[in-house]
Design a protein around this ligand. Structure first.
Ligand code: NAD
Length: 506
């Protein structure tokens, strides 16, 4: 177990919290290159789930602030201060932005852990490096993309240009706040757009700090704005705004659907949705390494307390390996104890807030009511201020029609569904409205191909789970959404293709 993260002990992180709190958390909107209060003066509470303490109060932006941010983004876009920069200049500034994120990695990692409860070890060694890598990757891409000439006819020059779409709204969730904000903002900025980011109300702190660092790195005023606030106020105002050209959303499928309605009710802005998931881990009877599979299943179900869109929340296992696999999975899960996210030794901490914790516990109750067998966890870990800690929970002998097998819980609850064949496993895997990811464990190439071909999901892992790289896209089929984050394909959300046809015949 790690007792230090980046050479910092538990006590070091606790001392840093005092320092941060002493200096005061950045808690206002960032519009047109400066911090500002919400025009109404309204604020909302920012409470840490690790101990229930109030960290600060955050500006609660509404339609007036959103208007101001969109106007600043539009003005900067039309002025060309960013949109018409040479791509290599944009690259340099984005690289400087990545360097700022890296230079403030300890602070940002700590803000994230305090704000939404991610373990400091994940926050500092995965979330932060992921965010920095993402910004650097799209910075590099900015001056390496060529446009096209179409093979139309001899006396014509037909150019196809990739042009920035204009003002992009990015709406993000709370589970990996900084990294997902970078997945949206970095390609949008690299393509030359101006951006208005709305963080989730549970996790505004890193987004606000990120805007300040972007500005410091040289991103001009108005090009990157942050409007914290409630989803159904600030988010809705962005969704309905007549001057937002494209909207990139990550969050639940329900709210994703609302954004499609907002677009339809306003200016038909382009919408891309990265939504929920119910990822199956399918273990077939010829699985090569049960220990490796068990470790990946436990990590996949309980990392970030199960608050991952791709969490392997369904284990679909062939009955012939069910018992030996479950012995290993259960033994590993029982070693995990919820603890303070700021302790470098902590691998599993708290859920994002008390409301979400209550939702997760309701699902635990529903599993019991429906007759699934609770074999591990299921309890809240109480104590002073500890309202958001829930044990890793496993239900065995779940059937595919139970609520815990169908709905996204977004918490540390694993549903185990025994099956008798690869065909049945695939059928169960597909028996969901989601299609974000899926994993299959087998040593047989034909079965790998059979599963990879038949499962409807954006990513299929074979003999691993939730592996990824900034160069490979993520996104969903079905109600998991459409459009892709990461990779070159993410750019499609933020560019228009413009054809210029020049007649050369006379
Ligand atoms: P959420 O849908 O509740 O909120 C997401 C964003 O939408 C937040 O910024 C929120 O303020 C805003 N919002 C909420 N209600 C709104 C409304 N009525 N109108 C406009 N905006 C509104 O999701 P969450 O709880 O923040 O995040 C968890 C969800 O995100 C899960 O479903 C998870 O699977 C999904 N997610 C998906 C991916 C992916 O890549 N596909 C990645 C991470 C998380």
């Amino acid at each position: 177990m790690a007792t230090q993260v980046q050479n910092h002990t538990y006590q070091d992180w606790l001392n840093s919290v005092e320092q941060l709190a002493g200096n005061g958390f950045a808690n206002r909107a960032f519009i047109d290159g400066q911090f500002c209060d919400a025009a109404s003066g309204a604020t909302f509470e920012c409470i840490s789930p690790r101990d229930g303490q109030l960290l600060t109060r955050i500006a609660a932006c509404d339609a007036v602030d959103v208007d101001k941010a969109v106007a600043a983004a539009r003005a900067s876009f039309e002025a060309g201060v960013w949109s018409r920069l040479m791509p290599k200049q944009r690259k340099k500034i984005l690289q400087a932005f990545a360097a700022e994120l890296e230079a403030h990695a300890d602070e940002l990692a700590l803000l994230e852990s305090l704000d939404m409860g991610m373990t400091i070890s994940d926050s500092r060694t995965m979330n932060l490096p992921g965010a920095v890598e993402c910004v650097n990757w799209y910075a590099e891409l900015a001056d390496k993309l060529y446009d096209e000439i179409a093979p139309t006819q001899p006396n014509a020059l037909t150019r196809i240009h990739r042009v920035p779409v204009g003002v992009v709204a990015a709406i993000v969730p709370w589970n990996y706040p900084l990294m997902i904000a970078c997945w949206k903002a970095a390609p949008a900025l690299a393509a030359g757009n101006s951006v208005v980011l709305k963080p989730a109300e549970q996790s505004s702190l890193t987004a606000i700090r990120m805007a300040e660092l972007a500005h410091k790195a040289g991103i001009p005023a108005g090009v990157f704005n942050v409007v914290p606030g409630m989803g159904d106020v600030a988010g809705k105002a962005l969704g309905l705004h007549m001057d937002v050209d494209a909207l990139a959303f990550t969050g639940s499928s329900r709210v994703g659907g609302l954004y499609m309605q907002y677009a339809g009710q306003s200016n038909l802005k382009r919408v891309a949705l990265e939504c929920g998931g119910k990822t199956p881990n399918i273990v077939l009877d010829d699985v090569e390494d049960l220990d490796k599979a068990a470790a990946a299943i436990v990590l996949g179900a309980f990392s970030n307390q199960g608050q991952i869109c791709n969490a392997g929340s369904r284990l679909i296992v062939d009955r012939r390996v069910h018992r030996p696999l479950m012995e290993k999975v259960k033994a590993l899960a029982e070693t995990i104890v919820p603890a303070d996210p700021l302790d470098p030794a902590t691998e599993f901490s708290c859920l994002v807030d008390a409301r979400h914790t209550a939702n997760v516990l309701q699902y635990v109750q529903a599993g019991q009511d429906d007759g699934a067998r609770l074999i591990c966890g299921g309890e809240q870990e109480g104590g002073s201020g500890r309202k958001c800690y829930v044990q890793p929970t496993i239900f065995d002998h779940v059937s595919a029609d139970m609520q815990i097998a169908r709905e996204e819980i977004f918490g540390p609850v694993l549903s185990v569904i025994p099956v008798d064949s690869v065909e049945q496993a695939i059928e169960v895997a597909n028996s969901t409205v989601y299609g974000l990811g899926a994993a299959v464990w087998t040593r047989d190439m034909k079965r790998m191909e059979q599963a990879a071909g038949a499962i409807k999901a954006g990513v299929i892992w074979v003999n691993c789970h939730d592996h990824g790289d900034i160069s490979s896209p993520v996104g969903g089929f079905k109600q998991s959404g459409f459009g892709r984050d990461k990779s070159v394909h993410a750019l499609d959300k933020y560019v228009e293709y413009k054809t210029v046809w020049i007649d050369l015949s006379s």
